[in-house]
Design a protein around this ligand. Structure first.
Ligand code: NAP
Length: 340
């Protein structure tokens, strides 16, 4: 295990903000994870694991503890009847996993192309796009349970996946995910597709719905609409789409007849957070006070242009949340995780 001391954490979040870690180590195996936990325990330090930092950020100031950066690699594909089982080192870049699976003609995660971050981060927030989410193909994961320093398996039921959520998001300091296992099929998706994907396929006369073709479409769509975190520092969607009751939707429709909504299996309705933010006047809104702005073609994405600290990001977040509360009586919920 190689330890670094007093490390700036900004490079470890795609929003490029955050304080300093007293200790940081890059782990490449389960044994190194166990070794790192043991170091933290024997020095009475808290420990936190991160992956690609595309959906998490540290607070400002000093984190008097140990940060483990997950670099556990490897993608292994085996077959059991009609299912192709992908065993993936949690430190793999997620999009490399999608690329590899679509190269093999495997369907199940092709709509999750180009989502930034590591494979181990996928189950934490149950990554989703264009109607697919990782929960759909998830079999189980392996983790080191920090409380016991032992390796455990957690299956789909125990992971308690829901919309952009899982137990790992809430108890994310307990399970250090080392491997995720997915089950994919050699097949193709069929319409109906999500509105934006369907429109793209139609405009471009694409009728090939094979995993590789859908991956290309999703990549093109995302490149058109979303900022590349390498050039424009961001954490993807900063807010979840709110979910409201039928009664609340009726009230909203009285004032906003065109409010987009989707009925959920439980009878409630999902609204578009991007639409609410746009309607409240926050599209491509550059906030001089904080150095933050909302992305021009997807205002759900908050971009760090000239921010000095996480405090600036949180101030900008709070301005948006307040305005949405005032206009729609809805409280937006933050999607990325604040660490330490
Ligand atoms: P979009 O396709 O323009 O759709 C706008 C919103 O409408 C999305 O929030 C989506 O909900 C919802 N929607 C569209 N068609 C729907 C349908 N048939 N049924 C239910 N809901 C529908 O969105 P976009 O901004 O270009 O993003 C495309 C996809 O990538 C979306 O699924 C989005 O969630 C995902 N994405 C996620 C992140 C992240 O950081 N989590 C960042 C960028 C994009 P959902 O969001 O619930 O899918």
């Amino acid at each position: 295990m190689t330890l670094e001391e007093n490390v700036s954490l900004a490079p470890y979040s795609t929003i490029r903000l955050g304080g300093t870690a007293r200790y940081l180590t890059k782990v490449t195996s389960e044994n190194e994870v166990i070794e790192a936990i043991s170091f933290a325990k024997s020095n009475n330090l808290p420990s936190i694991m991160i992956g690609g930092g595309s959906n998490s950020f540290f607070k400002d100031g000093l984190f008097e503890g140990l940060v483990l950066v997950n670099k556990i690699a490897g993608i292994n594909i085996s077959q059991l009847d009609q299912t192709y089982i992908l065993s993936i080192g949690a430190g793999e870049i997620w999009d490399n996993v999608v690329l590899e699976s679509t190269k093999q003609g495997l369907s199940g995660i092709e709509c999750l192309s180009l989502i930034p971050g590591s494979a181990g981060g996928g189950p934490v927030q149950n990554i989703g796009a264009y109607g697919q989410e990782i929960a759909d193909t998830f079999l189980y994961l392996e983790a080191i349970d920090k409380t016991t320093s032992k390796k455990i398996q957690i299956d789909k039921l125990s992971a308690k996946f829901s919309y952009r959520d899982s137990i790992f998001k809430h108890d994310q300091n307990r399970y250090f995910i080392t491997k995720i296992v997915l089950g994919l099929k050699k097949s193709s998706l069929e319409p109906p597709f999500y509105n934006s994907l369907a429109e793209y396929l139609k405009i471009n006369n694409i009728t090939d719905y094979s995993p590789g073709s859908i991956r290309n479409a999703v990549i093109n769509l995302r490149n058109q609409k979303l900022p590349n975190p390498k050039d424009f520092y961001n954490l993807g969607s900063f807010f979840k789409n709110p979910i409201v009751s039928e009664g609340d939707l009726k009230v909203l429709k009285n004032s906003f007849g065109d409010i987009p909504n989707w009925e959920l299996p439980d009878g409630r309705y999902k609204l578009s957070a991007a639409w609410l933010i746009d309607k409240a006047g926050f599209r491509n809104f550059h906030d001089i006070e904080t150095g933050m702005y909302t992305w021009k073609s997807q205002p759900l994405v908050l971009v760090n242009e000239l921010a000095n600290s996480v405090n600036d990001l949180l101030k900008f977040r709070d301005k948006i949340v307040l305005r949405i509360e005032q206009e729609f009586n809805i409280t937006l919920e933050q999607e990325p995780i604040i660490l330490a």
